[in-house]
Design a protein around this ligand. Structure first.
Ligand code: ATR
Length: 273
C-alpha cells in the first residue's frame, strides 16, 4: 500500500492526514498518510529513510520547506521561485522531485472558491518571509494593477520586490509607508497571527468592498481575520481553503487524479469557532 506523510515540527495540529484521507476515499485511491514530527536537524535523515523504505510522497511544513528545497534532486520552476518545497514525489527512476503547491493553493482558493479577483486589483501582501515569497509569482501571473509588499523589516520587502520585479508591478515598503494607500485585497503572510498579533498598520487601507485573507489558520479566527472584519472587509478569511487546495495539488501530482475540494473544506470548517 502506497505510503505518504507530512513532516514538520510541531506537527500535532496538522490537518493534512485528515485531508488526504478524505481525498483518497473520494477518488477511490488506496494509500496511507501519516504525520511525523521531524525537527529541522533530523530532516535529511528522516526524508532519506522515508524514501529508501518505499515511501512515495511527502509534504513538508514549518520549519522544513527551505531544507527540503536544498535537499531535493529535481525541482519544479515554481519551487525554484519560492526557494521552498512543500511536496516531494518519488520518481520511477528513484529520484525525488520537489514542487511547491502553496501559491497555486492560495490562488485557487482566492479566485476559485471565494470568487475574489486579482486582475486589475490593488493587492497588499504583508510579510516578506518564506510564506510571502512562495505566493508572489502566482499572484503576479494574474496581472494585478499593483502588488505592494510591506514588511516590518523594510529591506526584506524591497529585496523581494526587486527579485520579482520582472514578473509584474511590485514594490516593497514598510508598514508606516502605507499611510494614505488603498487596497482591494490584503493578504497576511506574516507570522504575527500565530502570536495573536497584527502588523502595526495605518488605518483606512482597505478599499470599500475589499477583502482580507490570512495565509495562516487556527481553530479560532486569527487575529488578522478579526482585524479584517473590524476594518469592514467584504470577506475576511483564513488559510484553511489554501491548505486544502495545496493538498489537492500535491495529491494530483502523486496520484494523477484531482480531488474535489469543496466538501473537504466544509468538513474542516465544521466544528471550528
Ligand atoms: P514564514 O515562512 O512564515 O514566512 P519567516 O520566513 O520567518 O516565516 O517570516 C516571518 C514573517 O513574519 C516576516 O515577514 C516577519 O517580519 P520580519 O521580516 O521583519 O522579521 C513577519 N513577522 C513575524 N512576527 C511579526 C510581528 N509581530 N509583526 C509583524 N511582522 C511579523
Amino acid at each position: 500500500i502506497d505510503r505518504y506523510a507530512v513532516f514538520g515540527h510541531p506537527i500535532g495540529h496538522s490537518q493534512s492526514p485528515r485531508i488526504h484521507t478524505l481525498f483518497a476515499a473520494q477518488t477511490g485511491q488506496v494509500l496511507t498518510y501519516a504525520a511525523q514530527d521531524v525537527p529541522a536537524e533530523d530532516f535529511e535523515t528522516a526524508a532519506r529513510e522515508f524514501f529508501v523504505t518505499g515511501g512515495k510522497g511527502l509534504n513538508c511544513t514549518v520549519p522544513l520547506k527551505e531544507l527540503a528545497f536544498a535537499w531535493t534532486d529535481q525541482l519544479s520552476e515554481r519551487a525554484v521561485q519560492a526557494k521552498a518545497v512543500n511536496t516531494l514525489a518519488l520518481r520511477p527512476d528513484g529520484a525525488v522531485f520537489g514542487d511547491n503547491t502553496d501559491g497555486e493553493g492560495l490562488v485557487r482558493d482566492l479566485t476559485g472558491n471565494l470568487g475574489l479577483g486579482i486582475e486589475g486589483r490593488r493587492i497588499l501582501l504583508l510579510g516578506a518571509g518564506g510564506a510571502g515569497r512562495g505566493v508572489l509569482a502566482p499572484l503576479l501571473a494574474l496581472a494585478p494593477e499593483r502588488l505592494v509588499i510591506a514588511n516590518r523589516t523594510v529591506a526584506k520587502a524591497e529585496i523581494l520586490a526587486g527579485e520579482f520585479g520582472d514578473l509584474g508591478p511590485v514594490v516593497g515598503c514598510g508598514f508606516a509607508d502605507l499611510a494614505g494607500e488603498s487596497f482591494d485585497l490584503i493578504l497576511n503572510a506574516t507570522a504575527a497571527s500565530l502570536g495573536g498579533e497584527v502588523p502595526d498598520l495605518p488605518g483606512g487601507l482597505l478599499a470599500a468592498g475589499g477583502s482580507c485573507y490570512d495565509l495562516a489558520y487556527g481553530k479560532e479566527p486569527t487575529s488578522f481575520v478579526r482585524w479584517g472584519k473590524a476594518a469592514g472587509a467584504a470577506l475576511s478569511m483564513d488559510g484553511i481553503g489554501m491548505l486544502v487546495e495545496q493538498a489537492a495539488a500535491a495529491f494530483e501530482l502523486w496520484r494523477g487524479v484531482r480531488p474535489a475540494t469543496r466538501s473537504v473544506i466544509a468538513a474542516l470548517n465544521a466544528g471550528r469557532g
